[in-house]
Design a protein around this ligand. Structure first.
Ligand code: ZN
Length: 501
């Protein structure tokens, strides 16, 4: 902060601090729940988290915060940071007050019940078990969207929760363009007769060695372990409580090193962003990440664009051999195809770079129709299968591997999926812009020099926190609005190298 803030704005920041701290405390408890907590702690933990969420809402929606906000708005503060602080504080306050308490409680109950019935339905491979909960959740999500919409389409109000400012009108043509390019590419890869040899990635990989290699790699790239940790969890995630305390989690498969290594690189990308947020604005509404799309761009960048490149593997290979001395030796040329397979798959989280966005496109289409009342819950399983047949040419043999595979809808998270695709597109565009500015990044990666790329991300993305919109960040960093061109260009290049298509 260069100059002292005007008094009313300082008081607003002070008022916001408890909102932030309650949120961060809840995040610590959630991290513990996923990594350390014994299973019998679940009920007590649910109560603790509920109390903290209630307190946070009371602070944010309460009269004291409203007064502090109004006073700060009257003060007419100048400068980008002050404007952004007021904008974000207003946005969070309005969101907290617009949704009736009754609806918030109903939603909490419905999603708690929804999560449980989704798990039962998935285990029993029976959509009917989840049907009523999902119908209730869609009804409540629709009410929530209406409360937040202010004249916007329902779906836009939901998208805005995860990626501020993104709209259906902006996303629909992006997805149309991706579908038109990706579906034929997936078909061509299937028809070309090339069988990728995945043997170099498979074998016996001791978990301790996988952990050590993942940790060493993350540290070499620039993740600060004095300001973060890496622990095991059932589902990998990253959570940051402060710039100086960022937690990554990982899981492994003993017969294939890829899930652990690329999972760690993915979460590390999120973690680098969290560690690079502006410390001066910590605990304020602008000291956070800008949105889920940009967040995901940082994870995809290190996981896919760096971690699957030849030059990165030239650096990694000697370290890999040391970690797994028993594993049959291979060269970079042998592993490269196994890192760039294109194969129609049933499960989104296991999908490759080419098919991943088709999985998202299917969900984008289905959830819009569900919320618009154009698709009934009873018809969802059939619509899901039809969509997969059309986009990926596959049909799930069971509901568990089809319509029940993702947790998101059971938690009421509609409008969330598109941020995964936004992340892929933003990552590719940022990477091209960084390469154009920094020159031969491949030579740097091969020498284990990741600092120049990380510094570029720090300057163009991380240090701005939530000061500017995602659209503005991408425009400022790359000189152009977001488009799928960079992503498709990079994908075509690897498809040509591996499949000759
Ligand atoms: Zn991610």
């Amino acid at each position: 902060m260069s100059s002292p803030l005007p008094p009313a704005l300082s008081r607003l920041i002070e008022a916001y601090r408890s909102v932030h701290d309650l949120q961060a405390a809840a995040a610590v408890l959630s991290w513990d729940q996923e990594t350390m907590m014994p299973s019998q702690g679940r009920e007590a933990r649910g109560q603790l988290l509920g109390t903290l969420a209630g307190l946070r809402h009371e602070h944010l929606a309460g009269a004291a915060f409203a007064d502090a906000l109004a006073a700060a708005e009257d003060e007419a503060a100048e400068g980008e940071a002050a404007q952004a602080l007021l904008r974000e504080a207003r946005r969070e306050h309005d969101r907290a007050t617009k949704i009736p308490g009754e609806l918030t409680r109903a939603m909490a109950e419905a999603t708690s019940e929804g999560l449980a019935s989704w798990q039962r339905a998935r285990a029993a491979d029976d959509f009917a078990i989840f049907r009523d909960s999902l119908a209730r959740i869609i009804d409540l999500v629709g009410q929530k969207a209406d409360a937040l919409a202010e004249g916007r389409p329902r779906y836009d109000a939901l998208l805005d929760l995860y990626e501020q400012g993104s709209t259906e009108a902006q996303l629909a043509p992006l997805f149309d363009g991706l579908r038109a390019e990706l579906a034929p590419m997936v078909q061509a890869a299937a028809d070309c007769g090339v069988e990728v040899d995945e043997a170099p990635a498979q074998g016996q990989f001791a978990p301790e060695a996988q952990y050590a290699l993942g940790r060493e790699t993350a540290a070499a790239i620039g993740f600060d372990f004095e300001a973060g940790r890496l622990d095991q969890a059932a589902h990998p995630f990253c959570t940051g409580f402060a710039v100086g305390d960022v937690r990554l989690t990982w899981r492994y498969q003993e017969d294939d090193f890829r899930p652990a290594l690329f999972g760690i690189l993915h979460e590390m990308g999120h973690g680098l962003y969290e560690q690079g947020l502006p410390a001066a604005w910590q605990s304020t509404p602008i000291g956070t990440a800008v949105g889920l799309g940009v967040h995901e761009s940082q994870s995809r960048l290190w996981e896919n664009l760096v971690g699957r490149s030849r030059s990165f593997w030239e650096w990694l290979l000697p370290r890999f051999r040391k970690a797994f001395p028993e594993h049959p030796a291979f060269e970079v040329d042998h592993i490269y195809p196994a890192l760039h397979t294109i194969r129609p798959s049933l499960i989104r989280v296991e999908a490759d770079e080419a098919t991943y966005n088709l999985h998202v496109a299917a969900r984008f289409e289905l959830e819009r129709r569900l919320l618009a009342g154009k698709l009934m819950v009873d018809d969802l399983p059939e619509a899901w299968d039809a969509s997969y047949k059309e986009l990926l040419g596959v049909r799930a043999p069971s509901a568990a591997d089809g319509v029940l595979q993702d947790i998101h809808w059971s938690m009421g998270a509609f409008g969330y999926f598109p941020t995964y695709t936004l992340g892929n597109l933003i990552a590719a565009q940022l990477f091209d812009a960084a390469r154009a500015e920094l020159g031969d990044l491949d030579a740097a990666f091969a020498r284990g020099e990741f600092g120049p790329l990380l510094d570029w991300m720090r300057r163009h993305i991380h240090q701005h926190g939530n000061l500017r919109s995602a659209d503005q960040l991408v425009q400022d960093a790359t000189g152009a609005p977001l488009s799928p061109d960079a992503f498709l260009g990079q994908l075509r290049a690897s498809a040509a190298a591996v499949y000759g298509i």
